[in-house]
Design a protein around this ligand. Sequence first.
Ligand code: FAD
Length: 551
Amino acid sequence: MNPSSSGFGLAAVDRRDAVLHEMDGREFDVVVIGGGITGAGLAREAAHSGLSVLLLDAGDFACGTSSRSTKLIHGGLRYLALGDVRLVREAARERKTIHRIAPHLAEPLWMLLPARSYAEWVQWRAGISLYERLGQVDRDEHHRNWKRAEIAVEEPALSKAFKYVTAYREYRTDDVRLVLANLRSAASAGACALNHASVFRIQELGSRCMTVDARCSLLRVDFRVLGRCVVNAAGPWVEAVRRLIRPDAPPWLQLTRGIHVTLPRERLPIRNMTMLRAADGRLMFAIPRSSIVYVGTTDTTHQGAPETWPPIPRSDIEYLLEALPRHFDIEAIDPEEVLAAWAGLRPLIAQSGRRPSDVSRRDELEIGPPRLISIAGGKLTAYRLMARAVLEKVSQVLGKRIVPKLEHEPLPGGDFDSDLSVLARDVGSRMQVTPEVAERMVRLYGTEAYAILRLGSEQLGPDVPVVQGEIDWAVSREGAATLEDVFYRRTRVGVYEPFADRWIEAMAFKMAKLLSWTSEQVRCEIDLVRQRLARDLAFRIPENRAARATE
Ligand code: FAD
């Protein structure tokens, strides 16, 4: 263990009391506020550079924007259209690195760009070629051009109106698992990460450090830690955290809301990720994953304070679904057929006069007061670069030279270089689980699938894809404390599995056993998840006034 280690790791909920007790009054080199990808990436870099690190999240890790993205490690094509060449280069380089350190969390897949006319096809091809050149995309990853005969084989569901396709490489990830992998890596270097711990006060304590007061919502206790440097990585809440110490700080962010829906794969039987054009000309994606396809995103201004679960208006769902029968040979899909939906808030740097989708995705850093660094904007894709940039500022604040130690060290579960399907076959045969279970496990956990299956390879129920060991792992290694943490974020069934609500009880009973929940607690946890699902899908009831009122 690293000398600066706290030894707490991602504190398991049954050790929380002791952890909070020991933590109270302790001093850290860096206290990170926010456990999304920005905070998690920084915690990893800082801990591996030998600093003592504490990360606090008000909710669960990745419960904010970092569980609501399109889940692409973008090569940066979009930035070409915005004329942002630096971002194109960075994104392309970063996705190579993320693929190297976590191949299970950056899976190269074809993204189709359908064209109705030859002229449109030529335009796509020229754009993609330029992008591949600027991004120095490897030759074997270069785009393919398909005419009708190839389209009929590669993507038969595509509407016959599209005579041409350009297929280029995009990498699909899972945002939450990427956050958790970074946090586990940080913990392995001695960092401590506490979820369900909201920071409510920050104060300067002389010129040497700052005090940070937080409240644990599980145990309902307050505690105080000291930070020689405090990093505000609270995503859409960055301004709120900044105002804890500078109530008069000028506005910085512009929040835009993005919504995705998931549909049964049989209703949208596509093989490849596909770029779609919405009715207003905006670009969106349809992304297949196991037995579902998710479609998104919208991009509209979000007024008011940020929310962990932003509203999902029916009109936004209709906007997404409208594009589908224009692109694929399918019947129109009703909002009632949607399996799940999620809304996220982009914490973008405000740029007046720009449409939400034209606002640059650049990140920005601010120092003030002298020991508080705030970071806003950015992308999942660029999280390592953001972490490095913050680390440089941390080094200035601490007045000490920090040499980043990580370059290409794999993230937990990422220590393999074979294809995912090879790993899945090996997991299936060595751990004696079905190919479907093995495939799902390696996508989420990479090589850690072996250790998790060793904890329990039995499925939670006859048709439940989740295995017993996953819940043990989530609770003991990944700080899961509530049923929602496990249902939505550790196992991801609430997002990727159709009709996952059938398994809520099986998951709750397994957690109850591990955490000695009373029957009252079990009922409460189940109710919370059911209410959340009902709220997310409220738009399915056309006359639902509550959902419409929020539009
Ligand atoms: P968050 O993930 O929101 O994390 C902030 C954390 O701070 C939260 O967990 C919150 O609970 C915590 N917090 C808040 N207040 C406090 C407090 N007082 N005390 C303690 N903790 C606190 N990027 C890509 O690269 N690829 C994509 O495909 C992509 N798609 C996107 C699609 C949508 C719809 C959206 C909205 C964004 C997308 N992005 C994408 C951008 C990317 O998701 C975000 O840039 C990134 O997730 C932001 O992470 P973050 O850590 O800064 O914020």
